[in-house]
Design a protein around this ligand. Structure first.
Ligand code: ZN
Length: 501
């Protein structure tokens, strides 16, 4: 460490991060283990720990040290420069928001969440609308406190993916939309459909054993990580202790498996961040888009490939004796690569998923620009859904009310999912350029070369590079939707669009 001021800053950042990790552990436990009547006790524990964490992260000494280090800036790209730049961002975000604002936001988040769950169940947008309006007002105020009153949506995009803004995302999504909408129409119009209800009666214990075998083969280190069961799959924790979840249904074995593989992608990224820098920006993920690129790469490019299933199909058949006797390899592969329309984002496949995101991006930027009012949302949602997907949700519960994000004011988050898909496709091209025979490894159940490449290209850098810079370095080109379009066509056209005779 080059200076005592930097060493002192890092010690304080690590201390705050350790407290934050305890908050995360309590939240994980709440989703996985907490007895139903113990939630009051947990709320008290979380409130106290969150307070201690906040106090440590807003320690005035951190501000003093940042001021001092900023007086003689370290060379751009050096460890110190990266730490100071991101610690400043985080510190300002925590200290520039007035205490009253933070309290008002916390109260609204909790209230709006409960109203949203009821509104969604009753498909009643009018019930939720005033809360969404208040979240939007608070979001504008938050951007203003941080000095971004002129471009509040850019502030939120940059928050999740450092360096990205609305104009860039708009350009990427416009190109993706132009290529994707007609391709989806073609697939939907194809007489070939993925088989439904193909896989039934898969015992949960055997599913659990199988997905542990798969995720361990991909490289997840169970010596410093776990997988458990929760209602919604997620990955939390850090490089030292990574917690993933999945969920099981006897008649949907692929859901549990692919959820687990997706979270393993997140988990492998966390486990690959440099342990020595744990608790500092150099030990943290770049942002949500890069995080999602890791989960999507493992879930889609790798685990829906023929090479992957050459190794794992015989194992799957052996793990579930008699369950797959009537299912041909080709039908199984089609079920694994199912594409179809649904109004629900989280139930959609990797092709149509991107259109669900473009819809939300259009709405968010329209709201922030004042082109769309909250009251108009249900109608705008239906129109965009028709334009993009060619369908309208049966009601607002399956339309504008389907996602939790806006109830918590998480604007600017959705684009990360689609950007993650683009980046995954770019990484996929780059890694196969470096190792043209990579998929032969998969057919042997060996993923070590891919993981090593991701470790050295992405994971080890922490936040050293912003999203676009990292893509540029690894892929040798700008962030672009071109490879995603190529990849989707390469994988899905042969399955759904056989050449006409
Ligand atoms: Zn994810």
């Amino acid at each position: 460490m080059s200076s005592p001021a930097l060493a002192s800053l890092v010690a304080r950042l690590k201390r705050a991060n350790t407290l934050g990790s305890v908050v995360g552990l309590l939240q994980w436990d709440e989703q996985v283990n907490l007895p139903p009547a113990s939630s009051d006790r947990r709320a008290a524990q979380l409130t106290l720990l969150a307070e201690l964490h906040h106090r440590a992260a807003t320690d005035p000494e951190i501000g003093t040290l940042l001021d001092r280090l900023e007086q003689t800036p370290a060379p751009a790209g050096s460890d110190e420069a990266v730490i100071v730049r991101h610690a400043r961002r985080d510190y300002d975000r925590l200290t520039k928001l007035p205490v009253e604002f933070v309290a008002e936001k916390a109260a609204l988040d909790s209230e709006a969440y409960h109203v949203w769950t009821r509104a969604r169940a009753e498909s009643d947008f009018a019930m939720f609308a005033p809360y969404l309006q208040r979240q939007l007002d608070l979001a504008r105020r938050e951007a203003a406190y941080l000095g971004h009153a002129d471009r509040p949506y850019d502030y939120f995009l940059d928050r999740f993916d450092p360096g990205l803004n609305e104009v860039q995302v708009e350009g990427l999504f416009a190109e993706l939309r132009t290529g994707l909408v007609p391709f989806v129409r073609e697939i939907v119009g194809s007489p070939i459909k993925a088989p439904e209800g193909l896989l039934t009666g898969f015992p949960v214990a055997a599913q659990d054993a199988f997905l542990r075998e798969v995720t361990a083969a991909l490289g997840f280190d169970y010596q410093r990580g776990r997988i458990d069961v929760a209602v919604h799959p997620f990955c939390s924790g850090d490089a030292a202790d990574t917690r993933m979840t999945t969920r099981f249904k006897e008649d949907q074995p692929l859901d549990a498996l692919f959820s687990a593989i997706h979270e393993t992608g997140h988990g492998l990224y966390e486990q690959g961040l440099p342990l020595a820098w744990l608790g500092t920006p150099l030990g943290e993920a770049v942002g949500m888009a890069i995080h999602e690129s890791q989960s999507r790469l493992w879930e889609n490019q790798v685990s829906r490939s023929r090479a992957f299933w050459r190794h794992f199909e015989p194992r799957l058949r052996a793990a579930f004796p008699a369950r797959l006797d009537e299912v041909s390899s080709e039908r199984l592969y089609l079920a694994i690569n199912e594409v179809g329309l649904t109004p629900i984002r989280v139930e959609s496949d990797e092709v149509t998923y991107n259109l669900h995101i473009i819809l939300r991006f259009e709405i968010e930027r329209g709201l922030f620009a004042g082109r769309i009012t909250v009251g108009e949302l249900p109608a705008v949602w239906r129109r965009l859904s028709q334009e993009l997907l060619g369908l309208e949700p049966a009601n607002d519960g399956q339309g504008v009310l389907q996602d939790v994000h806006w109830s918590g004011g998480a604007f600017g988050y959705f684009p990360s999912y689609c950007l993650g898909n683009m980046i995954a496709a770019q990484l996929w091209v780059a890694v196969r350029r470096a190792m043209p025979d990579l998929e032969e490894d998969f057919a042997r159940g060996d993923f070590t070369r891919l993981l090593a490449w991701l470790r050295s290209s992405i994971h080890q850098h922490g936040k050293r590079f912003d999203t676009r810079e990292l893509v540029r370095r690894v892929a040798g080109e700008e962030l672009s939707p071109r490879h995603l379009l190529d990849y989707l066509r390469e994988r899905y056209a042969p399955l759904y669009l056989p050449p006409k005779r």
